[in-house]
Design a protein around this ligand. Structure first.
Ligand code: F0G
Length: 365
């Protein structure tokens, strides 16, 4: 695809690592994602108004495409023939598509049994060599970082700085769509903490260049069973990883996030907050986002669940100007959806989730 159709390369002057008049950009028309007003979700969240920036509208259905276009471009420029990642599903789906489209071989390491079928299906269909490993995300990432170093395979996890460059443009595009009006809050789910690090970098640069005159407050929302970043902010003594992270929001089932030092900086610089939400809260918020006619995957719904808690606690004002990032498409995890609406969803510790906003199908005999 031509780069002038990309919502990332539109801001190429901010992507100083590559000259796209010399090097070929690997693009699939990523970005260009909408800002969607969602009155029912606003009411549920205790706000007068709420807007979602929906990254699920990307070519492979998640915000990973914004970063992957830059990571893959750099890989191609370096002459890499093989690229690899460890993933809870979305990074792998994205990397598979971008690598294959550029003629590089995608090699993917997945925690066996803990990624959604939609994401696994994408990796297979986009032509990736797909390895399902009997370990969790954090354990596999530690191994693959060493493996990639030794074998000269290009690693495209969010430790890759070029991915972060691409992801920062999500904030640039959002501001562009709002005529450069900085919102009071930007709310984002936190897993490996690459996204929040990228958003902070984007805002810092725009501030330094004089495009904006202040930062928004960032709110990072984690799933309660996988919340080392939330835990850190309770007493700020030391950063402790969680050996056995759990959550049905498998995208953010991460106990040892690599980007935590950068992410702490972003929270501190922006007078931000970190919240954690339960499985039931995520599931209910997700159903509400669905009823807005919008929909998203479980990890994304942590945003609305977090907003509801932050307004109830008086941290976020009801009349605040809030943009929440929906990180992935509704079709990424259909299994979760069917189980929720039919009352079959259970937390990792087997507590039934009540389909409070359920809409079960009626079977006609
Ligand atoms: N939401 C979704 C849908 C994700 O896929 C991820 C991360 C996150 C939120 C968290 O973002 O890691 O930047 O804090 N998914 C990664 C993956 C880990 O492998 O696809 P983060």
């Amino acid at each position: 695809a031509p780069i002038d159709q990309s919502g990332v390369w539109r801001y190429r002057e901010l992507l100083g690592f590559v000259d796209t008049t010399v090097h070929k950009a690997v693009t699939l028309r990523e970005g260009n994602t909408p800002l969607l007003p969602a009155p029912p979700a606003a009411r549920y969240g205790g706000l007068d108004a709420l807007v979602f920036k929906h990254q699920g509208f990307n070519p492979t259905g998640s915000f990973k495409d914004n970063g992957m276009t830059c990571g893959a471009t750099q890989g191609l420029r370096l002459g890499m023939r093989r690229v690899a990642c460890v993933s809870t599903g979305n990074t792998s789906a994205s990397m598979a598509a971008y690598a294959s489209s550029a003629g590089m071989t995608p090699i993917i390491f997945l925690p066996h049994g803990n990624i959604s079928y939609g994401k696994l299906a994408q990796a297979l269909e986009y032509g990736a060599l797909t390895l399902q490993v009997e370990a969790n995300f954090d354990q596999i990432l530690a191994l693959v970082r060493v493996l990639a170093e030794k074998t000269g395979i290009y690693l495209l996890n969010s430790v890759n700085p070029f991915r972060i460059e691409g992801q920062k443009t999500i904030m640039v595009e959002m501001l562009d769509q709002r005529d450069w009006q900085v919102p009071d809050w930007v709310v984002v789910p936190g897993g490996n903490l690459g996204n929040i690090s990228a958003f902070g970098k984007g805002f810092r640069e725009l501030l330094a260049m004089g495009f904006i005159d202040r930062l928004p407050r960032f709110a990072v929302i984690q799933a309660a069973g996988s919340a080392p970043f939330y835990d850190y902010f309770q007493d700020r003594s030391e950063f402790r990883s969680i050996p056995d992270p759990e959550t049905l929001a498998t995208a953010i089932r991460i106990g040892d996030p690599v980007s935590w030092p950068k992410a702490i900086q972003v929270i501190d610089d922006s007078n931000g907050v970190v919240e954690s939400v339960t499985e039931q809260e995520i599931a209910d918020a997700k159903a509400i986002i669905g009823q807005c006619g919008i929909g998203c995957e479980p990890a994304s719904a942590a945003t609305l669940a977090g907003i509801r808690k932050l307004t109830a606690a008086g941290v976020m004002a009801p009349d605040a100007d809030v943009v929440a990032i929906l990180t992935g498409n509704v079709l990424k995890d259909p299994d979760y959806i069917y189980k929720y609406h039919t009352g079959q969803l259970k937390t990792p510790s087997s507590v039934p989730i009540v389909p409070t906003y359920g809409n079960a199908p009626i079977v006609v005999p």
